[in-house]
Design a protein around this ligand. Structure first.
Ligand SMILES: [Zn+2]
Length: 444
């Protein structure tokens, strides 16, 4: 079971608390770094190692790590978890698994099964075949065998195939096996996207997946299970409905929220799939829709709620009671892996290198920075250097380490401001720094 206790509240509805999962304690709000296809796990362990060598408790405000399911064997597999000290008795963080063990952080594995069908992962499928329902590998084999098939299939195309071909218990059992294999602290139920035009059916499908998962997990593993509610763009966009100038919550939102509230779960994970978080490409419906959807949800339930895959406006949601978020650390400039043989466009790469700017709760493009302006242990040696003059390899290592350190620091500052009831003025000043964030000040 997961147990949550409120410790402080602040206007407008921010809250801090203590969450216990599988015997581990997490102070909320919290940040869960997510390891995705662009993350190098060695960089994570390197960061923790450097922080640890300075005699500080490493990442005290980070609740744990989220690993995408298709990467779990690569990132967590083949590890001797007992090898945790060197000959001199010094702590060793040989890999992410050791970090999670030694720091007593939580481990979650995001069962985002659809990604396994993307052509990008065809090469990795063989190593995880044993954990997949047959139909996944059958589908990929079928795709591989047909030259005319467009291999970049979308969520929309993948799900009907899975729904038609994979029996529910089989899918659930395989996903539970994977999570149990790596000793996840809380099992996440597999989930299908909820689209606006089929939301009633999609809710039923997800609720049933959650029930089957919970029942199997109780019986086989005695481990708690959390539902995942995928907030797709089409659902978030339903927010556009307005009447007499007043924002009306769409019926779909109310139906979705009530269905999940009635699950009697200990924790809820919202998943922001396909919702743009790049401020340059941000649609108003995405950002404001997420905000209003979450505010609506908080109006009906106090259950601890975390967002998987949200970044730029997570702190606005935390002012309204979100308990934490997870987001990848962009140490690689690529948002998607490049295929072998692709031409590398160096201008494009440098354009995509992102740097978290201290006290702004958001990133800027590395090649547009005048200076790093950060006193973290990783940036300090470069503070007299023009960012553009830093070698790409050093940039990537720096950005990754800085990202992990700063997120932890930001969460600590947010927790402090909740204790002092200073969340609203603090966020107002941050929002006024940026054109797109100013939209949110009306909600604070
Ligand atoms: Zn820094």
């Amino acid at each position: 079971m997961a147990d949550f206790q409120l410790t402080n509240t602040a206007a407008p509805r921010a809250r801090s608390g203590e969450l216990a999962i599988n015997g581990k304690s997490i102070d909320t709000p919290t940040y869960f770094p997510t390891l995705t296809r662009v993350t190098e796990p060695d960089q994570v362990t390197g960061t923790v190692q450097v922080l640890d060598e300075q005699g500080e408790p490493p990442l005290p405000n980070t609740g744990g790590f989220v690993v995408e399911s298709h990467l779990a064997p690569d990132i967590l597999g083949g590890i001797d978890r007992t090898a945790q000290t060197d000959l001199n008795g010094q702590r060793q963080f040989s890999n992410l698994y050791a970090v999670i063990d030694i720091l007593e952080k939580c481990l979650f594995i995001d069962p985002n099964t659809d990604r396994l069908l993307y052509s990008n992962y065809r090469g990795q499928l063989d190593s995880i075949r044993d954990f997949l329902p047959d139909a996944f590998t059958t589908a990929v084999d079928a795709l591989n065998g047909e030259e005319d098939v467009d291999l970049d299939i979308s969520h929309g195309e993948a799900y009907p195939y899975i729904q038609d071909n994979v029996s529910r218990p089989n899918l659930v059992e395989n996903m539970l096996n994977l999570q149990a294999e790596y000793d996840a602290d809380l099992f996440l139920a597999p989930y299908y996207p909820i689209e606006l035009d089929s939301y009633e059916h999609d809710i039923e499908e997800n609720i049933e997946l959650y029930r089957v998962t919970k029942s199997l997990a109780d019986r086989l593993y005695d481990r708690p299970v959390a539902p995942v509610l995928p907030v797709k763009t089409s659902v978030i966009g339903a927010d556009a409905e307005q009447e007499n100038g007043q924002r009306q919550p769409p019926q779909a939102w109310l139906d979705i929220i009530h269905a999940y509230r009635n699950l009697d779960a200990d924790i809820l994970f919202l998943k922001a799939t396909n919702v743009e978080t790049d401020p340059d490409k941000l649609h108003k419906t995405d950002s404001e829709g997420i905000f209003h959807f979450f505010r609506q949800l908080r109006g009906f339930t106090d259950m601890p709620t975390f967002f998987l895959g949200l970044d730029e406006f997570s702190y606005i949601l935390m002012a309204r009671g979100l308990d934490g978020f997870s987001h990848p650390m962009y140490n690689s400039p690529y948002r998607k892996p490049m295929a072998p043989g692709d031409n590398v466009d160096h201008d494009n790469i440098s354009h995509h290198r992102k740097f978290l700017v201290p006290r702004k709760w958001g990133w800027e493009k590395f090649d547009q920075l005048d200076s790093l302006g950060c006193n973290c242990p990783f940036c300090q040696p470069f503070n007299d250097t023009d960012p553009i003059d830093i070698e790409f390899g050093d940039q990537d290592r720096l950005r990754m380490r800085h990202w992990l350190w700063l997120r932890d620091e930001e969460i600590r500052e947010l927790n402090d401001s909740i204790t002092k009831d200073e969340v609203r003025p603090g966020l107002r000043s941050i929002c006024n720094d940026s054109e797109w964030k100013k939209n949110f000040t009306m909600f604070l």
